[in-house]
Design a protein around this ligand. Structure first.
Ligand code: ZN
Length: 407
């Protein structure tokens, strides 16, 4: 475990789950491997971590996630890049490295601000997409070795960004050592991660999947950075992905002072009970209750002859569907825009994934697995909802929703 702690308490067991991002062709389903998925909290340092982490090569080499198809994330990046440039006082031709750059969506925004950019990403498919956009990509995982190689090449970035990647890492110490190799006195590491406090408060259990080795709260991260001579200088909260934080991390000897937001965030985590076992037990009980209600609703709708399709098949949906045992008998189809998922079936539960643009008839209900984009989707499906279609939004609390103006 990253913290070396031994007092590990299992607070939620999501059962045997497949790789939630491994969308199979229908002919492949009988060879689908499964791994246990349960989450532990360390009662020494209160870091939340996965009980067993499958090999990263297996998890990421054929990854179907493509940032560019995800409109709300693109919108977020278009705001984030200029914000970071202004906040850090970056100048034209400064260098920004994005770790886990995926298809280069964020770096493209930095390039638009006049920055030089470099991506680091092990994914073959996403790296190729980034290169097509004119972004240079090192095809590898970010490790201590990666940092050393870049340092030998004389690379010293002004900013290093990592969005939705810093909890995909089995060995955080190794990752941070890589950062330290290339960080100069003024270099800032900007990391966005799902916030554990939001996850717990809003029952977002489906952020737990094999890719996520841990879910971060502020104090364990501060300790991690401090061990390697780094300091959490500032923190901002963002609503993206159901509640995330953006950390600004610098060398301890950097002149930029630590802001009061850091202390505020620590206090909020503590007030949220993140350092008490009962908080995690109560969370697991709420999740179980909420998911029981969802399955009950789907069974009832089936009995009434209503159709329910899944709207989108995100990886978090795989966790939810597998945990609840929701398959094609309750949800016969899932619609998608990502061509790397269309024509395949959902991991573990084997619901056929179809192209949302060629769907012949709309269902009575959509199960919104990408609940973090529910508002965006309600706008996009305004017509459907006004004609009587309904959204079933499972998280944070089970809700059945019509058009936005009706709420
Ligand atoms: Zn610990």
């Amino acid at each position: 475990m990253n913290c070396g702690g031994r007092q590990l308490y299992e607070f939620i067991d999501l059962g045997q789950q497949p790789n939630g991002n491994n969308f199979l062709y229908p002919c492949e389903v009988d060879k689908e491997p499964r791994f246990p998925l349960s989450m532990l909290v360390c009662e020494d340092c209160w870091q939340v971590q996965i009980s067993e982490f499958p090999s990263p090569e297996f998890m990421f080499s054929n990854h179907p996630y493509v940032t560019g198809v995800n409109a709300p994330v693109i919108k977020h990046f278009e705001a984030l890049a200029p914000h970071v440039v202004t906040k850090l006082g970056l100048k034209p031709n400064d260098l920004v490295i994005d770790v886990g750059c995926n298809d280069g969506s964020l770096l493209k925004c930095f390039a638009n601000e006049g920055m030089r950019t470099l991506g680091v990403d092990p994914g073959a498919r996403s790296g190729e997409l980034a290169r097509q956009q004119g972004i240079t990509v090192f095809r590898q995982f970010w490790t201590h070795e990666t940092g050393k190689s870049l340092k030998q090449l004389g690379v010293q970035p002004n900013a290093i960004t990592a969005t939705a990647v810093f909890y995909h890492v089995p060995d955080l110490h190794n990752f941070v050592k890589g950062l330290v190799e290339v960080m100069g006195l003024e270099t800032c590491f900007v990391v966005q991660a799902v916030s554990l406090r939001d996850l717990i408060e809003k029952n977002e259990f489906d952020h737990f999947y094999h890719e996520h080795s841990c879910i971060h709260s502020v104090e364990p991260l501060m300790r991690l950075f401090s061990t390697h001579g780094l300091r959490l200088q500032d923190i901002e909260m963002s609503p993206i992905h159901g509640g995330s934080f953006i950390l600004y991390v610098v060398r301890k000897d950097c002149e930029r002072p630590t802001t009061t937001a850091v202390g505020d965030a620590l206090a909020a985590d503590s007030a949220g009970g993140l350092n008490r076992r009962e908080t995690y037990d109560a969370f697991a009980a709420r999740v179980a209750r909420n998911m029981d209600r969802l399955v009950e609703l789907l069974r009832l709708l089936k009995k009434e002859g209503k159709t329910v399709y899944a709207l989108g098949a995100p990886v978090k949906g795989s966790t939810l569907l597998n945990f609840c045992g929701i398959g094609p008998d309750l949800v016969p189809l899932a619609t998608e825009v990502n061509k790397f998922k269309i024509g395949r079936v959902t991991p573990g539960t084997h619901i056929p994934v179809v192209d949302e643009t060629t769907l012949e008839a709309q269902p009575d209900y959509y199960l919104v697995l990408a609940w973090n984009f529910a508002d965006y989707l309600r706008n996009k499906y305004d017509d459907y909802l006004k004609k009587g279609g309904r959204f079933i939004v499972p998280v944070p609390e089970l809700q059945v929703l019509g058009p936005i103006e009706c709420t």
